[in-house]
Design a protein around this ligand. Structure first.
Ligand code: ADE
Length: 248
C-alpha cells in the first residue's frame, strides 16, 4: 500500500507516521509514505501558494496552479488515476468501514488544505473523495490524513504482529472490544476475572462476547442495530435491556 500526501507541512506527517507501528511498517516495506510539498510547485519568487479570496472575506485560499502541478507530479508516477482524498470537515465522516474499503487500494493520495481551503477548481479536477474525521474544525488536513493512514495501515496484512487483532478489536461485528487484563493477577485488591485464568477457551470466548455486547450497550448502543448476534446473544442482550430499563 502506497500513501502519497500532498501538504504544506511534509515534516509533520513524516515525523508522525515514521513513529511506532506505521514507522515499522515503512521499514519493513509493507507500506510506503511520501509527503510531497505543495510549495515546491509554486512558480513565483516568494514561493507563495495562497492568495485573497475573490469576493472578499476572511483568510487566504490555496491557489489552484501549485496544487494541480503537485498532483500531476504525483499522478504521473502511478499506473492509473489514483483515488485522491481531500481532507475537509465538509466530507463524509471517516469510519472503520471506509478504512476497510480504502485498504483495498494500491495507491492513495491525500490532499491536505490549510487557511480557508483550496480553490474549488483544483478540487473539482483532482479529488475523487471528500472525507472528514469528525464534526469539528482543525487548522489543516495533516492530522486527519495521519489518522486515516494509521487506521488503513493496520488493515494491511503483516502490519500488526498479531494477524487476528485487526479483526477482533473495536468495531469488528459492530461490537466494542471486550476488556483486557495482563499481569499482575491482583492489582490494588482488584482481581482478574476468574474465567480468564481457567484456560477454558470456549468459556473465555463466550465471556468475551458477552462483555463486548454489554460494553456496546453501555457505551455505544447506536452500534447494536447493525451488530450480528447469534440467537443466544440476542437473548442475552434482551436480558441486559430488561435489567437496564427503568421499572416505571
Ligand atoms: N480539516 C480541518 N478540519 C478537518 C476535519 N475535521 N476533518 C478533515 N479535514 C479537516
Amino acid at each position: 500500500m502506497n500513501f502519497h500526501i500532498m501538504t504544506l507541512f511534509p515534516e509533520m506527517v513524516m515525523n508522525g507516521l515514521s513513529t511506532s507501528i506505521t514507522g515499522r511498517a515503512m521499514e519493513r516495506g509493507l507500506i510506503t509514505v511520501e509527503a510531497v510539498n505543495i510549495r515546491d510547485y509554486a512558480e513565483n519568487k516568494h514561493n507563495t501558494v495562497d492568495d485573497y479570496p475573490y469576493g472578499g472575506g476572511a483568510g487566504m485560499v490555496m491557489q489552484a496552479p501549485p496544487v494541480w502541478r503537485c498532483y500531476q507530479a504525483v499522478a504521473s508516477r502511478l499506473e492509473k488515476r489514483p483515488r485522491v482524498i481531500y481532507m475537509t470537515p465538509q466530507g463524509k465522516v471517516f469510519s472503520q468501514k471506509i478504512a476497510q474499503e480504502l485498504a483495498q487500494e494500491e495507491e492513495l493520495v491525500f490532499l491536505c488544505g490549510h487557511y480557508e481551503g483550496i480553490d474549488e477548481r483544483a478540487l473539482e479536477m483532482i479529488c475523487t473523495d471528500h472525507l472528514s474525521i469528525g464534526d469539528y474544525v482543525l487548522t489543516g488536513g495533516e492530522l486527519p490524513a495521519m489518522v486515516m493512514i494509521d487506521c488503513i495501515s493496520r488493515l494491511v496484512p503483516g502490519v500488526l504482529n498479531n494477524e487476528t487483532s485487526a479483526d477482533v478489536e473495536s468495531f469488528h461485528d459492530n461490537l466494542l472490544e471486550y476488556p483486557q487484563y495482563t499481569r499482575p493477577e491482583e492489582f490494588m485488591g482488584k482481581k482478574v476475572p476468574e474465567v480468564l485464568l481457567s484456560g477454558h477457551h470456549k468459556n473465555i470466548e463466550e465471556w468475551r462476547r458477552k462483555q463486548s455486547i454489554r460494553r456496546t450497550l453501555e457505551r455505544r448502543p447506536d452500534l447494536l442495530a447493525d451488530a450480528s448476534l447469534t440467537d443466544k446473544e440476542k437473548k442475552y442482550l434482551e436480558e441486559l435491556l430488561a435489567i437496564s430499563e427503568p421499572l416505571c
